[in-house]
Write a protein that binds this ligand. Structure first.
Ligand code: IPE
Ligand code: IPE
Ligand code: MG
Length: 246
């Protein structure tokens, strides 16, 4: 059965964020090296992006590389960066065909030059696309993002551009890497781990969380639909009582 038919079209999450985890374990189970898992993970990325665009999801944010992932073995980091460059080149056509706008969040200046250049050119050439915004979190850490925001706001206070009394949630929002994105509605993590790993701490304040034991390379459209269906069954109260909502 195609679970897609069970999705209520006018109650879609506006912003889905995914912690794509489990590539290494997937490869290990097959007796292969970790990079093989990452390569297969990119196929899941393509399928997920297409599925979200087809459904009408407006924003999809994918955690591709964390600030902490720099501490992995040099060879693995190198393989991941190489894969990023090749995927960006290869998938540009798919993005254009599907009218998807690419964006990126994270400490992008720490990326290797080649990655930064490919990324910037893909962002530039898809900037007028309107169907869905696909944001890649690269060299991304939520704490780094918050530190960065505090520095920018402090500088503006110092230069009398902002007065401290006027600092509110929207000012903080505007100084995060995600400034143009709405809050996350649904956060999915694959591979069975039930943690956030420094991803979008501020932006998931009221997100619904969905954890699945499926490893990222095995994650299918049906798994995505399952997560959305579960999301649609939840009651999002935002601090109110159930009675107030009805
Ligand atoms: C997620 O898979 C991809 C990245 C973090 C880059 P992992 O590489 O973390 O796979 P596991 O968790 O070791 O199985
Ligand atoms: C989180 O996965 C980062 C990405 C998916 C890019 P990790 O595999 O790095 O997270 P931990 O170390 O298990 O928490
Ligand atoms: Mg992992």
């Amino acid at each position: 059965m195609d679970l897609k038919n069970n999705i209520i079209p006018d109650a879609l999450p506006k912003h889905i964020a995914i912690i794509m985890d489990g590539n290494g374990r997937w490869a290990k189970q097959k007796g292969m090296i970790r990079a093989f898992g990452h390569e297969n993970g990119t196929k899941t990325v393509r399928k997920t992006v297409e599925a979200c665009a087809e459904l009408g999801i407006e924003n999809l944010t994918l955690y591709a590389f964390s600030t902490e992932n720099w501490n992995r073995p040099k060879l693995e980091v190198k393989a991941l960066m190489k894969l990023l460059v090749s995927s960006l080149t290869k998938e540009l056509k798919t993005l254009q065909k599907n009218n998807i706008k690419l964006s990126a969040i994270g400490c992008l200046k720490t990326l290797p030059k080649k990655v930064f250049e490919e990324l910037s050119s893909a962002i530039e050439s898809t900037k007028d696309n309107t169907r869905m915004t696909l944001t890649l979190a690269l060299s991304y850490g939520s704490r780094d993002e918050i530190v960065n925001a505090v520095k920018e706001i402090s500088n503006k206070v110092k230069n009398n551009i902002i007065s401290p009394e006027n600092i509110d949630e929207s000012i903080i929002n505007e100084h995060l890497y995600t400034q143009n994105l709405p809050d996350v509605d649904l956060l999915i993590r694959t591979s069975g781990e039930q943690r956030i790993s420094n991803f979008l701490l501020w932006q998931i304040a009221y997100a619904e969380l969905h954890f699945t034991s499926v490893l990222w390379p095995d994650f299918t459209r049906q798994h995505l639909y399952e997560a959305i269906i579960e999301y649609q069954k939840r009651e999002r109260r935002f601090g109110k009582t159930s009675d107030q909502l009805s």
